[in-house]
Design a protein around this ligand. Structure first.
Ligand SMILES: O=C(O)c1ccccc1NCC(=O)[C@H](O)[C@H](O)COP(=O)(O)O
Length: 212
């Protein structure tokens, strides 16, 4: 069965729905331009509701050390997920925090997967996410999907996860098509940007679990 990360939780109801439905991870976004950004108090309050068997993932965009260290403390992070962050800095933040470290790899075409190899020795997991336009406000959480066929036959250099445009209706197909060991969703389980819909969260988790 694929593990599931519910990303960008901003409410107690969303955290509770993710935990109740069997999520392996929940994501807290530390990026002020995002509608899912959480401040320290909110991160701490949400983290307090997460049982120890569910990993809390802090999501960052090329962050500085101080941000990551403060977030790790406030959000009781088990994992840092780094977008738009060069391998050298990913390795540095991993050494600094000693936390499980995921590197986002933006994907549109097969050639984009080459970047994955650069994170060997720097990250613990790759998160293949749909590439957003250069002028997009966010590098993730946009509900964009990439063509899963680009993953066909690719020898993943690290453990990996699939992200980008997943929702309750397509997640089973995504898992079956790609063999993803972990899937990640944000806007596909929302009623509005930054507002998780507890019924969609439950439906997503059920659909992923039904793949066995
Ligand atoms: O979700 C955000 O607002 C966000 C902001 C800045 C960097 C990353 C962000 N999200 C990363 C995620 O892990 C999302 O779950 C992933 O991009 C998939 O999003 P979606 O296509 O909306 O399911």
């Amino acid at each position: 069965m694929a593990a599931v990360k519910i990303c960008g939780v901003t409410s107690e109801a969303a955290v509770d729905a993710a935990v109740r439905g069997g999520a392996s991870h929940v994501g807290l976004v530390f990026f002020p331009p995002s509608p899912r950004h959480v401040d320290w108090d909110c991160a701490a309050a949400l983290a307090a509701r997460v049982p120890s068997h569910v990993g809390i993932v802090g999501v960052f965009v090329d962050p500085d050390e101080q941000l990551v260290e403060q977030a790790a403390q406030a959000g009781r992070l088990a994992t840092i997920q780094l977008h738009k962050t060069a391998p050298g800095k990913v390795a540095h933040l991993r050494r600094l925090t000693e936390l499980d470290t995921w590197a986002a790899v933006p994907v549109k075409v097969r050639a984009d997967l080459q970047a994955a190899r650069g994170y060997v020795g720097a990250a613990d997991r790759l998160l293949y996410d749909a590439k957003t336009p250069d002028d997009a406000a966010l590098p993730g959480g946009m509900g964009l999907r990439f063509d899963w066929a680009v993953l066909d036959g690719f020898v993943h250099p690290l453990p990996w996860a699939l992200s980008g445009g997943l929702d309750p209706a397509n997640v089973a197909e995504a898992i079956a098509r790609t063999g993803a060991p972990l899937v990640d969703v944000s806007s596909g389980v929302e009623s509005a940007p930054g507002v998780k819909d507890v019924d969609k969260v439950a439906a997503f988790l059920q659909a992923a679990a039904a793949t066995g």
